[in-house]
Design a protein around this ligand. Structure first.
Ligand code: ATP
Ligand code: MG
Length: 400
């Protein structure tokens, strides 16, 4: 019997388009994969022929042989940004006879797992010295399978099962591809500070910026007891979910109660939303500088609510020189909801706990705030004191 071992084949996406910097991106991706699966065991992870391969480091106790654990590993790997798809592959060596034997065993095993009617083989021949051409290999294997399993048929257009055979430094056979989240490896685009509320949009915004290679830290403005411990726990839970994609997140929890009360009493009602957002941004900027974040990230979408009109955004931006990334600015709510469902944050986001912005809301917020309104509203506010108050006593939690 031909011996084989299970290995994981990782296909890279956009990184393949990188020119001279490609090596740096690949090294980062390899590191991120390693930390995503380190709890499962020790692996040899290396790059060859534009792909990344994951093999068991110790062949005496292969982790990848356990189909259930291998499935979990594949799911974890598929959440690492920079990857297009992942497959669990049988790797072996020998000659055409070994390939034939492995093809038969592969079909046998698949039929045992789940019956099917039609199939086809797709062969890639990376080793140009191999005596048969790719179509000849596929034809040979197809004929053999029809002979051994008379109930099966070949369908080249829409088969139930596509079996991939690759002839490279060794031989590889597999069928399924787990589709991944694409993007660039986290850590290849610096670090951003995500303003994370308990809502639907901000976790999605963090996920989207991480998919462009940003490491993520987060800040949450908590107004206990107006917002409950459950609201805080919800934000922690959301951070935990997105950390599966973003990697570890330093979550800064700002005690916002006194600040909000003060603004509620001292800011004109119709300008409350915008004065509050400007304080949030000022505090966020200070935290960002301290933690080496180069940009702020929010879940804002143009026109969604009073604080997200163009005039409000203009005035919000004026309190910082740091770029504010708003990846959802041009999309509608349905789209944000769709991504939230895909990444697994939606169910948590819709839990009905107050966030601080719903407690102290103005009844008729100004949707077209002007600079002169702003100056008037902030005229008597002790802005620096408020910001310093926010920075004192921040609770920091490492989410991983
Ligand atoms: P989300 O669904 O992300 O909560 P939203 O539609 O509720 O957004 P707003 O409440 O206006 O919109 O908030 C806009 C953005 O401001 C949020 O996406 C988030 O980035 C930030 N934000 C709002 N409230 C908080 C908070 N309590 N802590 C940290 N960031 C916040
Ligand atoms: Mg919100």
């Amino acid at each position: 019997m031909t011996e084989f071992k299970y290995v994981v084949l990782v296909r890279m996406g956009e990184i393949a388009l990188k020119g001279l910097n490609r090596g740096r991106f690949e090294a980062r991706l390899t590191r991120n994969i390693k930390s995503a699966i380190s709890s499962y065991g020790r692996f040899h992870i290396f790059q060859r022929q534009s792909r990344i391969w994951i093999e068991d480091l110790y062949s005496e106790q292969p982790v990848l042989d356990d189909q259930e654990v291998a499935g979990q590993i594949m799911r974890s790997v598929s959440k690492v940004f920079g990857i297009v798809s992942v497959s669990l592959v049988r790797k072996f060596s020998g000659d055409m006879d070994n390939i034939r034997e492995m093809a038969v065993r592969f079909i046998e095993d698949r039929l045992r797992e789940q019956p099917f009617d039609t199939f086809k083989f797709e062969t890639k021949r990376g080793d140009k010295n191999f005596p048969l051409l790719s179509p000849e290999i596929s034809g040979d294997l197809g004929g053999l399978i029809l002979e051994r399993f008379p109930q099966l048929r070949v369908d080249v257009n829409a088969p139930d099962l596509i079996v991939y055979v690759e002839i490279r430094d060794a031989f590889y056979i597999y069928a399924d591809k787990v589709y991944a989240h694409r993007g660039l490896p986290v850590g290849s685009s610096g670090k951003g500070l995500l303003m994370l509320s308990g809502g639907i949009d901000s976790p999605v915004a963090g996920y989207m910026m991480a998919s462009r290679g940003m490491e993520i830290d987060a800040v949450y403005y908590h107004s206990f007891p107006y917002t409950s411990d459950k609201a805080k726990q919800k934000v922690i839970d959301l951070a935990k979910i997105i950390s599966q994609y973003c990697g570890p997140i330093n979550l800064n929890i700002v005690n916002f109660t006194e600040i909000q009360k003060y603004l509620y009493q001292n800011s004109p009602q119709d300008m409350l939303t915008i004065t509050m957002r400007r304080i949030m941004i000022r505090i966020a900027e200070k935290i960002a500088v301290q933690s080496h974040c180069k940009a702020l990230i929010t879940g804002e979408s143009l026109g969604q609510v009073a604080s997200q009109t163009i005039d409000a955004i203009v005035l919000t931006n004026e309190v910082t020189n740091m770029p504010i990334f708003r990846p959802l600015i041009g999309v509608d709510k349905d789209y944000a909801v769709q991504i939230a469902r895909e990444i697994g944050t939606f169910e948590t986001s819709i839990l009905p706990f107050e966030d601080c912005c719903t407690v102290f809301v103005a009844k008729h917020p100004q949707t077209k705030p002007q600079r002169k309104h702003m100056e008037f509203a902030e005229r008597f506010l002790e802005i620096d004191d408020l910001v310093n108050k926010g920075l004192e006593g921040i609770e920091r939690i490492l989410i991983e």
